[in-house]
Design a protein around this ligand. Structure first.
Ligand code: HEC
Length: 268
């Protein structure tokens, strides 16, 4: 220090010439740093909780919850349920009611199986063998009047028969086919009429097949082996459509009963 002290900046003189600004500033900084390092003083009971305490209490709560809820005791809301209430399955779960299908699909599918009793003679493609067994594809006997077709199947046929311009007269003719179940008969008839290039687009219903069986039984008069029909007889007596309610081929039916079912969704 000298007597000839000069402020650094003469225009802004240090107000207290005895203060060492740099030193004082440094002291203030050091004090503040020390204070901020100091632990905060907390009141009793307000100290921070150890992480171990938090973790172990969470574990205890978890185990206690599982133990208390065993058997559905703790979180059981049954008392809020209406007595006897049965919760409905989510849509598409479990039983979806009776098997159903459009009647055309159902009869054709079934008929394709029944046809195995015919395919040995008329062949798998329904076109016959070109020698003894006439074709069913393109045959007017198949696509024409349903009563004629039913009588051919039930009685068998003998003698000359013209199919699509060609005359067949196979010795012994066609043996009667023992289809006595209306559903089986309706199935094979519907299948023939809509396969092998045939497409009448209609269905022979089990009701119509039952009518055919009635006609056949009446004609047979109780004989277990009634004579086969002939072409002349078919034309004279059976040139008719079988009686029975005509059904839209798209009608959805119960596959057990072949009765129409409510449209899907209507039974909600
Ligand atoms: C054992 C051989 C045999 C079997 C099995 C047989 N048919 Fe025939 N079918 C014949 C013969 C043979 C004729 C021609 C009869 C004649 O010449 O008089 C014929 C004729 C027909 C005709 C009339 C002619 C035509 O081609 O349209 C139809 C319809 C017919 N059969 C349908 C069937 C159906 C349906 C089945 C099965 C449920 C069946 N047949 C099973 C041998 C058979």
């Amino acid at each position: 220090m000298s007597d000839s002290y000069q402020p650094i900046d003469p225009l802004r003189p240090d107000l207290d010439e005895g203060t060492n600004v740099a030193q004082t500033h440094g002291a203030v900084l050091a004090d503040n740093a020390a204070i901020s390092r100091e632990r905060r003083v907390r009141e009793n009971g307000m100290e921070p909780v150890s992480l171990w305490v938090i973790v172990s209490s969470a574990f205890v709560l978890l185990v206690a919850g599982a133990v208390l809820n065993a058997g559905g005791g703790l979180f059981n809301y049954n008392e809020y349920r209406v007595n006897g209430y049965v919760q409905r399955d989510a849509p598409g779960v479990g039983d979806s009611g009776p098997a159903t299908a459009p009647i055309m699909d159902a009869l054709v599918k079934n008929g394709s199986k029944v046809y195995s009793t015919c395919s040995g003679c008329h062949q798998g493609d329904g076109m016959g063998d070109g020698a003894s067994y006439p074709p069913l594809g393109g045959s007017e006997w198949v696509t024409g009047d349903t009563e004629q077709l039913a009588m051919i199947i039930l009685s068998g046929v003998n003698g000359a028969i013209t199919v699509n311009g060609r005359t067949w007269n196979t010795p012994g003719g066609m043996p009667a086919q023992p289809l006595r179940d209306p559903v089986q008969l309706a199935s094979v008839m519907t299948y023939l009429r809509n396969s092998f290039g045939n497409s009448t687009g209609d269905v022979v219903t089990p009701e119509m097949a039952a009518a055919a069986l009635e006609i056949y039984n009446e004609k047979a008069g109780g004989s277990p082996t009634p004579p086969q029909v002939t072409e002349a007889e078919l034309k004279a007596d059976h040139g008719k459509m079988l009686s029975g309610e005509v059904m839209d081929p798209a009608t959805v039916v119960d596959l057990e009963t072949f009765q129409p079912v409510e449209a899907a969704g209507a039974a909600e």
